[in-house]
Design a protein. Structure first.
Length: 254
């Protein structure tokens, strides 16, 4: 029995060591890089059940590497009232990033209807004129609903880029698709674990058809697959991956 317990403990140590080794490798293999600095704010919208923690690794890494600046964390109540829970830095020509938490964070359609309140708040309180919108998983659905189903008045920022990470979209949306901003640039990004054709949750083949939906309605569209092991390409690990951080930052800021 003693030897059995020792063996199990050794296996446990090996698993921990391999996990730490993979984490260390992922966090130290990306060379330093530089991007342009602008006043365009990047707003991160988390997916089902998400909050500020969802984007914290990505945003903090950008801030540490002076790629973008961790600026605001905001909270959107169900009644549309928006408040700043933390301000880390001023909004300036420093690629400011805004992390968003919704009071109800498990109903994408409802969250999409709260987006105009959020956008007006950023415009009126902080003078933000342009935004990049990043949505992970159903966060992409929230952004898509905002861009297509809500009027874009002069008191909301112009959306320059839309980065969709690991989400699917309706193949036919003729009633609202024409509302997409004509100058919008889209990156449709997904993971593929060990060339299995899936990120462990959503098959690549279900993500790719977004092109057929938006083609001819936006300025540009790009589809990109990230191939890697489960620690790198799994659905919920994409925003924890320094290589993915670099790909998205260079898309947004160069």
């Amino acid at each position: 029995m003693k030897y059995k317990k020792t063996f199990i403990f050794l296996i446990f140590l090996i698993v921990v060591a391999l996990g730490f080794g993979g984490w260390w490798y992922n966090n130290n293999r990306v060379a330093k890089y530089h991007v342009n600095q602008t006043r365009t704010a990047t707003v991160f919208i988390p997916g089902m059940g998400g909050n500020n923690i969802t984007s914290n690794y990505m945003v903090s890494s950008w801030d540490k590497d002076r790629v973008a600046t961790k600026a605001l964390q905001v909270y959107v109540k169900d009644n549309g009232k928006v408040s700043t829970t933390k301000q880390f830095n001023k909004i300036g020509k420093n690629n400011p990033v805004v992390q968003v938490t919704f009071q109800t964070n498990n109903k994408p359609g409802f969250e999409g209807s709260r987006m105009p309140y959020l956008m007006r708040y950023l415009h009126n309180k902080y003078g933000i004129k342009k935004v990049n919108l990043i949505g992970h998983s159903s966060g992409g659905t929230i952004i898509y609903d905002y861009l297509t189903r809500h009027n874009h008045t002069k008191d909301v920022p112009e959306t320059v880029h839309f980065v969709s990470m690991a989400d699917t979209y309706p193949l036919k949306d003729p009633k609202y698709i024409n509302n997409l901003p004509k100058n919008l640039e889209i990156l449709n990004f997904c993971g593929d674990i060990d060339h299995t054709g899936s990120d462990g949750l959503i098959p690549t083949k279900d993500i790719k058809p977004m092109k057929n939906l938006v083609k001819g309605h936006v300025k540009s569209y790009k589809f990109q697959i990230y191939h890697g092991d489960p620690q790198q390409a799994q659905h919920s690990m994409l925003h924890e991956n320094p290589e993915v951080n670099k790909i998205i930052a260079q898309y947004l800021y160069n």
